[in-house]
Design a protein. Structure first.
Ligand code: RIB
Ligand code: CA
Length: 310
């Protein structure tokens, strides 16, 4: 039975690899892609979303979302993903256009209205989900689970305390953790174990034309170069880890913890505050991913990407 999913993302180099994987997976029924301001502006992430779906020759709706965080100015990550959000890669113009429907309205239409519970996978700031929660008090009735790439137990990558997706819109993230929707938090504790080496990247194929394999390898090479500056053993696959965790939950090891988000701290703004010692007495509200089976993860990534060679 395929899992009905909507993928909310801010493409984004690793978002793109995550989409390549998800759109090749037999385990997922990807109903729609929604985009949000994050790695780049809302306009750029939306155009990238359209171009990726078009380039991979997939037929599915793309809906735009928030232009900025719900209560703060937008902080993009062009230093990581480049001016376009797609590093050095230039994709052809999209053959299709985005829906008139906004991302948050699409979440509601495709879940509560259609009576099909949707597994929401978020790969960027949580602005769209927060707006949906504010606009549709019954949204949670239509969402089976949220699997998010975001947060960390003990450290950050955008600041010393906060991971980018949470830091970019901490108020939105706090609202999502308080929503009561089952959450799997795939944070840095897990994604920093999901690296892909240069040899593994090259072993994925030698495409004779610009296809999904070529796109994934080009972006992995870009990420590998960036990650190696920080001493990582390979290209860190943040967003692909979240997709992999939905396709095969046995890849990750999780613990149930109570998680909230710091929205006021001078040095800790955007930190996911994880009650690992259970001192708050609060019931756990998230499965927090702490470990990734890297070898099996790489095999999964390779198998999905090679679908585009066939
Ligand atoms: O911290 C990593 C996350 O921030 C990933 O989703 C990456 O795409 C950026 O959005
Ligand atoms: Ca992302």
């Amino acid at each position: 039975m395929k899992i009905p999913v909507i993928i909310d993302c801010d493409p984004g180099t690793d978002d793109t690899i995550a989409l390549i994987m998800a759109l090749a997976s037999e385990a997922l029924d990807v109903k729609a892609i929604t985009t949000v301001a994050g790695n780049q502006t809302a306009e750029k992430t939306a155009v990238n979303g359209l171009k990726i779906v078009s380039f991979l020759d997939k037929q599915l709706p793309v809906a735009r979302g928030a232009e900025k965080p719900i209560m703060r100015p937008l902080v993009t990550a062009g230093h990581v993903h480049g001016e376009t959000g797609m590093a050095h890669v230039v994709l052809p113009e999209a053959k299709n256009d985005y829906l008139e429907t906004k991302a948050w309205d699409l979440f509601y239409k495709m879940s509560v209205e259609s009576n099909e519970k949707i597994h929401l996978i978020t790969l960027g700031p949580l602005s769209n989900v927060a707006i949906a929660l504010m606009k549709y008090p019954h949204l949670k009735d239509g969402i089976s689970q949220i699997t998010m790439m975001g947060g960390a137990v003990g450290y950050g990558n955008d600041t010393q305390a906060a991971e980018y997706n949470i830091y970019a819109d901490p108020e939105a993230a706090k609202m999502v953790f308080e929503s009561g929707i089952p959450i799997t938090m795939v944070g840095l504790d897990c994604t920093h174990q999901a690296w892909i080496t240069q040899n593994e990247i090259e072993s994925m194929g030698k495409p004779s034309k610009e296809n999904g394999v070529w796109l994934a390898q080009e972006l992995m090479r870009h990420i590998h170069e960036f990650a190696s500056r920080f001493g990582f053993e390979g290209a860190i696959m943040h967003d692909p880890s979240a997709i992999a965790a939905v396709i095969d939950p046995t890849l990750i090891q999780t613990e149930d913890y109570f998680v909230t988000v710091e929205t006021k701290g001078e040095h800790t703004l955007g930190k996911t505050v994880v009650d690992t010692l259970r001192v708050t007495g609060h019931e756990p509200n998230a499965q927090v991913a702490l470990d990734m089976d890297r070898e099996r993860f790489v095999e999964l990534v390779k198998g999905l990407i090679q679908q585009y060679e066939i």
